[in-house]
Design a protein around this ligand. Sequence first.
Ligand code: ATP
Ligand code: MG
Length: 554
Amino acid sequence: MSNENNSSNFIKNIIINDLDTGKHDSIITRFPPEPNGYLHIGHAKSICLNFGLADEFKGKVNLRFDDTNPIKEDVEYVNSIKEDVKWLGFDWNNLYFASDYFDEMYKRALVLIKKGKAYVCDLTQDEIREYRGTLTEPGKESPYRNRSVEENLDLFERMKNGEFKDGEKVLRAKIDMSSPNINFRDPIIYRIAHSHHHNTGDKWCIYPMYAFAHPLEDAIEGITHSICTLEFADQRPLYDWFVRECEMESVPRQIEFARLNLTNTVMSKRKLKQLVDEGVTDGWDDPRMPTISGLRRRGYTPEAIRNFCREIGVAKADSTVDSQMLDFFVREDLQPKAPLAMGVLKPLKLVITNYPEGQTEMLEIENNAKDETKGTRLVPFGRELYIEQDDFMEEPVKKYFRLFPGNEVRLKGAYFVKCNEVIKDENGNVVEIHCTYDPETKSGSGFTGRKVKATIHWVEANSAKPCEFRLYEPLILDDAPENEGKHFLEQINPNSIEILQGFGEPTQLENAKTLDKFQFVRNGFFSVDNKYTTDEKLVFNRVVPLKSSFKPGK
Ligand code: ATP
Ligand code: MG
């Protein structure tokens, strides 16, 4: 993965300085997902950053599941996260679970209690919120704040032993109810939850809160640089307070960077889960989802995602990236890799009336228009073909150069054909067009007798492979859904998927496997769907159309 992360950023400068001054001999970073959903493209940014830094500075990186909330977590998510990180091309030095540190965290909470820096509080959740005050008003002290160390030790142990109901008591840090930083107003450290945990089973009925658990997890693992998103900046003093007051030997440094936001995209596991639960999408890996598994199924490649993450860089101010930038990188990656094929998405039968019945021939066509070294393939051609409905107009509009009665076009890699007759059904719909071809005009024969203004693609009807083509538009309509007053579920694009039954050429697609990529002539880059493809029918997801005017700014 070296050389993929060479652009400079402020975090690298911090690391270089820490290594130069001898603060650290080597670095350890971590990617700490909570297993309460599937990873999304925003997580990819964090993964590329944390794994990229460890790689570049020859340090280590841990994959750590931040599994301190048993209510929302599940092994399904744990497994998907591991798969996604590997698929992106990264490997961790250690795999850890925060829940493995529950004993250690409990001990550290006792350290706080013994120092008089934590107490058991009986206020309800609502009361705690009320007592906390606001940005402009100081908070009020809990009446339980001055319990003795002995009483706190006893109550906390009984909390652990399951003597109290959920919500009856919490353990809070005793810091400063009038601090201008609200995070310091006696934050909750432990809460009671009689819930089964995916890793520790029923061993615990008290669970540490994120603000307390996270710094301890980092310190326990000897993380040197704990990289998180900007919204945690206000929590950094509290992070440092817990590391110090819990007397952790190793002192990690929290550094915040801007999270990735994309246009036309919701990027929060909570919202993505809602899309899944309410059946708006076909699971977490729906090709319209910004999840890693959705992008994979759609046909995005790890290289494209990594290049995208490198291009967007790491900054300290939030911004929204145009999702077309991701498309730019996938096109760039697929252009040299994905073999050309002809596929007809909306078929219209074309019969060449002067082509001998029962005859076929094999035509040699290149595999990559921009790269001769990719070679050629033989594509069957015959009397009956499919072309795109859009490539024919009975009454052509101005500047329409493709097929219409009396007009001649080139069939890609084959011959000129001229339309002579239009066959319609009883409702007047065009069902077939009859053409004649000119054998002299065979592609590659050097024919220069006359010119045509258009080349269209085609598939030979008898040998064609039935294919389903799935075309996508953004799932979310507005450009900045998070900023509008509207609920994101009201902004779902009703036309985000179009499913077409068409045909593909047989040769190139003969051994097509799940997730194989093709560039269908004029129609875009496609990937074989890993859920709906069967032996009878290939299902293709369009990754991106061929062209866009978008170029990332340098
Ligand atoms: P979400 O907001 O989607 O629920 P999260 O922050 O709650 O995400 P975690 O599982 O806690 O999800 O995230 C793991 C890591 O990924 C964290 O370090 C977090 O900062 C980072 N991360 C999450 N979303 C983004 C994003 N949009 N851009 C960059 N990093 C992100
Ligand atoms: Mg989180």
